[in-house]
Write a protein that binds this ligand. Structure first.
Ligand code: SAH
Length: 249
């Protein structure tokens, strides 16, 4: 199994592949000036298992194009959509987020939860802007520093993992610089990390190691996740996932 396949295997049956919650998705959606009856064209980029895809589908009168690079996630979403009678509302697209082939001004709303780091916040905001209509909305959740300064251990850890991590004010400046008007932001509550992401992940550690015969690569993956969790517990007052809402100008 390649490293990629191993990662997918670890995450494929989880409800979420990053911190978040249905409540916070809905909170973000409700902050926009959108009526439930509006017929919107929505892209959900880096959709993973699609928790937020389903929320978007159920709470708008829109059509959702759910994009991910792992076809297995998309298969699961298609099954879920069928079960929930949302087959005509959700279309899945297997594609890399840095190579999207959408048309100009195709979408009223671009959504991306816990995924934009894969191509970097700055690059994504730039690359996706043409796909949005003028006045169209963007909702992105992104790891951010929530204080002005922080201990060296956590600074070094996240700078190495994701160089574009920045303060909220820095992210908002980026949003402006990339041609959007910042509308709002809010920090995801702690349970989005613990109850919804890390705890379900911890519950999978043992069976995952067993399944992969305690291979070195599986052990290394678990070690890496455990380290991330340890640091979160220690330094959660310094960083968080932040939802950024913006409008194309
Ligand atoms: N939005 C989901 C998943 C977040 S995890 C949630 O909040 O639960 C990040 C997702 O981005 C994963 O599903 C992963 O498969 C996907 N991803 C990683 N690299 C990608 C790329 N280059 N293009 C598109 N999707 C990618």
């Amino acid at each position: 199994m390649t490293e990629f396949e191993l990662i997918f295997d670890f995450h494929k049956n989880a409800d979420r592949q990053g911190p978040g919650s249905d409540t916070e998705t809905l909170k973000a959606l409700n902050m926009f000036d959108i009526k439930k009856s509006d017929n919107l064209n929505i892209a959900d980029i880096g959709c993973g298992s699609g928790s937020q895809t389903i929320i978007l589908a159920r709470n708008t009168n829109g059509h959702i194009t759910a994009v991910d690079i792992f076809p297995g996630f998309l298969e699961n979403i298609n099954i879920k959509a069928e079960e929930l009678n949302l087959k005509d509302t959700i279309t899945t697209v297997e594609r890399s987020m840095d190579d999207l082939q959408f048309g100009e001004s195709e979408f009223d709303l671009i959504w991306s939860e816990g995924a934009v780091y894969n191509m970097g916040f700055k690059n994504a905001l730039k690359a996706w802007r043409p796909f949005l209509k003028k006045g169209g909305y963007l909702a992105v959740s992104e790891i951010s520093w929530i204080t002005d300064s922080r201990p060296e251990e956590i600074e070094n850890y996240w700078m190495k993992a994701y160089e574009q991590i920045d303060t909220i004010s820095g992210k908002i400046r980026t949003i402006e610089a990339k041609g959007y008007s910042p509308l709002a932001h809010f920090i995801l509550p702690e349970y989005c990390w613990t109850d919804n992401y890390y705890r379900p992940m911890e519950n999978r550690f043992e069976s995952f190691l067993e399944k992969h015969g305690n291979s070195d690569s599986a052990k290394e993956m678990i070690r890496t996740e455990k380290e991330e969790i340890r640091l979160y517990k220690k330094y959660k007052n310094y960083y968080g996932y932040v939802f950024y809402l913006a409008q194309k100008i």
